[in-house]
Design a protein around this ligand. Sequence first.
Ligand SMILES: NC(=O)c1ccc[n+]([C@@H]2O[C@H](COP(=O)([O-])OP(=O)(O)OC[C@H]3O[C@@H](n4cnc5c(N)ncnc54)[C@H](O)[C@@H]3O)[C@@H](O)[C@H]2O)c1
Length: 436
Amino acid sequence: MKIAMVGSGYVGLVSGACFADFGHDVVCIDKDQAKIDRLHAGVMPIYEPGLDALVAGNVKAGRLSFTTDLAEGIRGASAIFIAVGTPSRRGDGHADLSFVYAVAREVGENLSNDAVVVTKSTVPVGTGDEVERVLRDSGTPHLVSVVSNPEFLREGAAIGDFKRPDRIVIGAEDDFGREVMREVYRPLFLNESPLLFTSRRSSELIKYAANAFLATKITFMNEMADLCEKVGGNVQDVARGIGLDGRIGSKFLHAGPGYGGSCFPKDTLALLKTAEDYESPVRIVEAVVKVNDLRKRAMGRKVIEALGGPDEARGKRVAMLGLTFKPNTDDMRDSPAIAIAQTLNDAKVSVAAYDPEGMEQARPLMSEVEMMGDPYSAIDGADAVVIVTEWDAFRALDLNRVKSLLKAPVLVDLRNIYQPEAMREAGFAYTSVGRA
Ligand SMILES: NC(=O)c1ccc[n+]([C@@H]2O[C@H](COP(=O)([O-])OP(=O)(O)OC[C@H]3O[C@@H](n4cnc5c(N)ncnc54)[C@H](O)[C@@H]3O)[C@@H](O)[C@H]2O)c1
């Protein structure tokens, strides 16, 4: 089957390469000429473990190609995926759907055969209806079915998630759409990944409900962590103690500096907007958004406290280890590191940072932060270290070296990757999250 993937970012490129690996004939389309040029040269435009080999193998096998020419790319495709960005609209938090509708228009104008148009981008309820209208208005004589197929992959583990998903959600309104989607995902169905068919609107909502629920789990544990600090508990024990209950589950119970990334912040906001539009409040999600926003700057203040409070901290320097919103990605969108560095800068604390993959993307977002070539050069001469992202490279730092490079042995571990007792024995003034 021929598949066209419009938008070749984190989702489009990974999905396209995985579909090709399943044996489909895939064209990845993007309007960003530089991105397509890099892909033609075999250079990945994003960092995602294993993606370079997957892309190279499928290009070599002739199943995966790249173009900026949408008309050419969609020719003969039975399924045309829309995987462009849906960022927060400035001002009101609604998902900006202009990229999605622009693609729908261009597809309608250039369609040369019957096809299923699949929205993989995360889009609010009712977007599929509008995409259908846009396609109809384009006057295409071809049969088109508009299907919702939200993506649940996680950056950093995207290929595994795509190839072995917990479920595949397909919101289709007609048999044509369902049949083509069954064919698209047949290789996965054989792997026994459950295929869940729903209405288009339910499918659109499933994606937001899933992300809002996960954001709630994280935020709930972050508040439990604060409470642990006050009452003398250990949030990791609390997480384990509740997570072993099958009804709760052990995932997404790690306390930390607050959620960030390209999905949770914008998707929770978009869900609030939908709820407002339909006058059906989602108060739990409202609270989650508020609590999480406040938390990021609170983590900056935690570092300032570790430096001795605002007066003592003035003029000091902090080594920040990790900038991306989570490990194994170069994605900096809404990373807590940005708000933490900002809070430190506001308090006249300077920041020297190191991240294994995110520094190129971080630079324009964190102009006040000095980017260093490795963790130890960031630590050299600093007054404290703060671990913001739990990259493996930070899990086994040479603590003697860290201590000898620091002006004072102060370490703030916002991901709880070290053990308080061991750190104290090693001579550090050690602060973590939710562990008294
Ligand atoms: N990143 C994730 O982990 C993730 C996970 C699940 C769902 N999603 C959703 O998937 C969607 C895409 O996210 P992403 O992170 O891949 O975004 P991205 O910004 O990495 O990629 C989007 C790509 O679309 C291209 N594009 C925009 N308009 C275009 C057009 N008219 N024609 C062709 N290409 C166009 C851009 O140039 C860009 O390369 C979003 O709705 C997001 O919410 C993302």
